[in-house]
Design a protein around this ligand. Structure first.
Ligand code: ATP
Length: 301
């Protein structure tokens, strides 16, 4: 059983107050992009769930993808097994990792979504996508979106997905950073920078209009991320990366989720090459990747 699952970007990320459960209220627009992890999942008769990880990318300094029970793919398989009430089920999960790790592109969440889809099929679980959604939400805020893919609004803490009307395909350039950034640290910095609280988060109408029109130039002007100041406070050098991409003609630039990956919307693949060349010379960027979106969510191949 092989499952392919994409990374996500947040075209807008509105962050509200910290809720009593510790999560922040979010209003975000997700887009799934053509950068995929691939999971090969095979049956095991001894009831064990094991994972191996083969990384096709350089890991940021200090980051590691766990190969034991801490891997979110193992947690996903165990959660599904519990839901099915079949403790005897086992699986070997081999992850081929292409999505940047600790980069704000939801690589771990993607693997969780892929595991739910793959193990459900492998074990004959028979759960529908809507039935997998609550399990996905329990595993992480971004996991339900990665079951769907495409473009969607995320509410709640990001896990409540509403599809949106959107047209067109978009070209992206991503610059990964040599050092990862912890999502929790960026939210803590956000709280520190906003001691008096923040407004209810909203999705900008202008951004939805740009997506409806399929207008990349308009979309570039409406990309927003409320975590920008917090991420830049922890990693000031990301500001230079954003500037270099914009000076090279990107239609819009922003930090991906909690960072430190930076995203650049470009007009075409050729245009993306120019922006990539400029970004490749920036000291803080580890890797420069061209991609497109939207693409579909976790699927069997
Ligand atoms: P997000 O965008 O959802 O905030 P991220 O893309 O910044 O997340 P991930 O790559 O998902 O970050 O990984 C965060 C941490 O989760 C890693 O440093 C790693 O220790 C742990 N982890 C557990 N399972 C996985 C997995 N399958 N792939 C990647 N990281 C994993």
């Amino acid at each position: 059983m092989t499952v392919r699952v994409p990374a996500k970007v947040n075209l807008s990320l509105g962050v509200g107050r910290a809720r009593p459960d510790g999560y922040h209220a979010l209003a975000t627009v997700y887009q799934a992009v053509d950068l995929h992890d691939e999971l090969r999942i095979t049956d095991r008769s001894d009831g064990e769930i094991a994972v191996t990880v083969h990384t096709e990318i350089d890991l940021p300094e200090g980051a590691a993808v766990p190969e034991g029970d801490d891997n979110i793919a193992v947690r996903a398989a165990k959660l599904l097994r519990d839901r099915l009430g079949r403790p005897e089920l086992g699986a070997d999960i081999a992850i081929r990792k292409v999505i940047p790790v600790a980069g704000g592109m939801a690589g771990g969440s993607a693997d969780a979504a892929a595991t739910l889809v793959g193990c459900n099929e492998l074990w004959g679980g028979g759960l529908t996508r809507p039935e997998l959604e609550p399990l996905a939400a329990e595993l992480g805020s971004d996991v339900p979106f990665l079951l769907h893919g495409g473009n969607a609004i995320g509410g709640g803490r990001g896990e409540t997905i509403s599809p949106i009307l959107a047209r067109g395909g978009y070209h992206w350039v991503f610059a990964t950073a040599a050092e990862g950034l912890s999502t929790a640290a960026v939210y803590a910095e956000f709280d520190r920078l906003n001691p008096n609280g923040v407004l209810e988060p909203e999705v900008p109408d202008a951004l939805l209009n740009a997506l409806r029109a399929g207008d990349a130039h308009l979309l570039g002007k409406t990309l927003t991320n409320d975590l920008t100041d917090a991420a830049l406070s922890l990693r000031p050098e990301l500001g230079d990366t954003l500037k270099v991409g914009l000076e090279a003609g990107a239609l819009g630039a922003l930090i991906s989720g909690s960072g430190p990956t930076t995203l650049f919307l470009v007009a075409s693949e050729e245009h993306g090459l120019d922006v990539s060349m400029a970004l490749a010379s920036v000291a803080s960027s580890a890797d420069v990747i061209q991609s497109r979106g939207p693409v579909t969510g976790a699927r069997l191949i």
